[in-house]
Ligand binder design. Structure first.
Ligand SMILES: O=P(O)(O)OC[C@H]1O[C@H](OP(=O)(O)OP(=O)(O)O)[C@H](O)[C@@H]1O
Ligand SMILES: O=C(O)c1cc(=O)[nH]c(=O)[nH]1
Length: 207
């Protein structure tokens, strides 16, 4: 079984989670948010990043089809993709958010071939835009994207709809609902504040 609660707890313990009630965090999608989950900090904690790799591997072990290649989304997905590819002894690539403006002009770095089955590793899914874009770039070169897998998702309807429209499965190790419960248990937020946060998330999905 996935250690969703343990990973949410680890993110809290390494102070990857920050709350600003004035909603002054701005997400990549432009959404103004009262919460930011900085999974990049996991790089600095070998025990936590190893737990994450093991959880990614467990998700992949449970899949019917197995990947030929692990792909990281630039930039925050790249280190996790690298550790996972190493753990599974598989080739790795990474996908830039846009083609490089000099050199070879690549958007995909590393070798992926037509027909390769690929797992896309992302650190976090808000709207899903970044990881879906990476998956589409891989599909454009003929790769078969088995799934996007991320550490954390906010559970926005927009992400669910975008993944469904693109016909790309996605899974995460942990999510906002589990994290919000963890924050209450840690007395970081009250039950009422948790309800407000979840309502805020649910309202975002209607936009
Ligand atoms: O699901 P989305 O709405 O696309 O949001 C999630 C994306 O936002 C963050 O990346 P960011 O753009 O901050 O860049 P980085 O990975 O280079 O830090 C995060 O690492 C995801 O890639
Ligand atoms: O949507 C984003 O840009 C985003 C949200 C978040 O909590 N953490 C992060 O790294 N990016």
């Amino acid at each position: 079984m996935l250690k969703s609660k343990e990973i949410a707890n680890a993110l809290y313990e390494i102070e990857a989670i920050q709350i600003r009630p004035d909603r002054s965090f701005v997400w990549t999608s432009g959404i103004h948010s009262p919460i930011y989950c900085d999974n990049r900090l996991t790089m600095s904690y070998p025990k936590v990043r190893k737990q994450i790799v093991e959880q990614f591997a467990e998700i992949i072990n449970g899949m019917d089809e197995k990947p030929d290649v692990i792909a990281g989304c630039a930039t925050a997905g790249i280190p996790h993709a690298a550790w996972l590819a190493d753990y599974l002894d598989l080739p790795m690539v990474y996908v830039r958010s846009k083609p490089k403006g000099h050199g070879k002009g690549n958007q995909i770095e590393g070798k992926v071939e037509k027909g390769d089955k690929v797992i896309v590793i992302e650190d976090l899914i808000s709207t899903g835009g970044s990881s879906i874009d990476s998956a589409l770039v891989l599909q454009d070169v003929g790769a078969e994207v088995l799934s996007v897998i991320a550490i954390f998702s906010y559970g926005l309807n927009k992400a669910n709809n975008q993944f469904s429209d693109a016909n790309i499965p996605f899974t995460t190790i942990t999510n906002f609902d589990i994290l919000a419960e963890t924050l209450v248990e840690k007395e970081e937020i009250t039950e009422a504040e948790k309800v407000d946060l979840l309502e805020w998330r649910d309202e975002l999905g209607n936009n």
